[in-house]
Design a protein around this ligand. Structure first.
Ligand SMILES: [Zn+2]
Length: 386
């Protein structure tokens, strides 16, 4: 068996322009290496919306026994934007001054390549693990994320699958690979607020009811005091107003209707229902006629520090001689879909340029992440008792 070179594999993946949800050949180099290592793999396309585009996913498994280590990643990338703004071809995988450039280099093709390389080194040195390695790779993370990890997990469980621990290879590190891992993420809830007033002449406000004034009152109430003070593992929840629209071009007309949109990133002190109740209580106290529609994009989740975080921490320490910070910051991730089924930690490369022009990773960081994943595989299969 040929050992997987993580840098070469990252380049091969970057060269496939797999902008969500187009697979663009990105699974082939993975299937080839997975099959060479003895994995059985299969493509699974799910389509939840009638008439919508189906999303390609790749499932792979080595072994049948417990314990099961699950690795999750996404092969899709965000669009490069204006290619002329890049100093390199975003899909060439160019290496310059010890850095590998390209869309998806950081988020997160290098993470997948590092994991495959780590598995191949493990198999070379130790042979088949006493347990199983399962991979969920999706080409639908940057998009709606409905037919990706979520659908893979449903399919896996429907077929009797289970896992003991899950690693998501998103870029979580800040400055040194392994310095930060994510043990949870905040929830996201959007609110669409409408205020109903009565249109009128600005000179006769007594005959009108100014919807803009009502909106100002409501928003002031929403942002006037903190939602909470944070929890043991999370920062305080935050509310950001993203738009306020009255759409009134006339300087002498009192508007009869105003709308606004806000988003709340909330911690584990709330779920969507309790947060909505809290927001409505604040709005109700204003005496303004309004309508609120909320949409929960993600509930928060937390993997409590314990067996899995210790395992990842020890693997990082073995390679980097530092202990990772356990973070819950940042946007939502696919880890939220796995959390209800088992402990999940996100551990990946340093990625400050993700989603940016000239996205790149340090070659040395790909090697460091490979070593960390390898150390993690060793510890998982040595220590994990079911
Ligand atoms: Zn990502």
């Amino acid at each position: 068996m040929e050992v997987v070179d993580p840098v070469e594999l990252t380049r091969a993946l970057v060269r496939c322009p797999s902008v969500t949800p187009v697979e663009a050949g990105v699974f082939a180099p993975l299937e080839q290496r997975l099959e060479a290592m003895g994995f059985s793999s299969r493509r699974l396309a799910f389509r939840s919306t009638a008439g919508g585009q189906s999303v390609p996913n790749l499932f792979a498994r080595l072994g049948t026994d417990a314990p099961v280590l699950l690795f999750c990643g996404h092969t899709d990338v965000v669009p490069p934007g204006d290619p002329a703004a890049w100093t390199v071809d975003p899909f060439a995988g160019e290496i310059r001054d010890g850095r590998l450039y390209g869309r998806g280099a950081a988020d997160m093709k290098s993470g997948i390549a590092a994991f495959l390389a780590a598995v191949s080194r493990f198999l070379r040195d130790r042979g088949a693990p006493r347990g199983s390695i399962v991979l969920f790779l999706t080409n639908d993370e940057e998009g709606p994320a409905i037919d990706g990890t979520q659908a893979l997990l449903r399919w896996f469980r429907d077929n009797g699958g289970r896992f003991d621990a899950a690693i998501v290879g998103e870029p979580t590190s800040e400055a040194i690979v392994g310095d930060t891992i994510k043990i949870g993420r905040r929830g996201s809830l959007s609110g669409h607020l409408t205020v109903f007033g009565r249109q009128g002449h600005v000179a006769y406000p007594q005959r009108a009811d100014n919807a803009a004034h009502g909106m100002v009152q409501l928003l002031a109430r929403l942002i006037g005091e903190p939602i909470d003070g944070g929890s043991a593992h999370f920062e305080p929840s935050t509310l950001q107003v993203t738009t306020i629209d009255v759409g009134n071009p006339a300087g002498n007309v009192i508007p009869g209707r105003a709308t606004a949109v806000f988003n709340v990133r909330y911690n584990d002190l709330h779920d969507a229902a309790s947060l909505e109740a809290l927001l409505r209580a604040r709005l109700d106290s204003c005496g303004v006629r309004y309508d609120l529609r909320v949409h929960c994009g993600a509930e928060p989740f937390l993997t409590l520090p314990g067996r899995l975080t210790d395992l990842v921490g020890d693997a990082v320490f073995a390679v980097q001689k530092l202990r990772p910070r356990l973070s819950t910051s940042g946007g939502t991730s696919d880890a939220r879909f796995l959390a209800p089924a088992g402990p999940v930690v996100e551990c990946g490369i340093v990625g400050p340029t993700m989603h940016q022009v000239d996205e790149h990773v340090r070659i040395a960081d790909i090697e460091a992440l490979t070593a960390i994943y390898r150390a993690l595989l060793d510890r998982f299969f040595d220590r994990w008792q079911c």
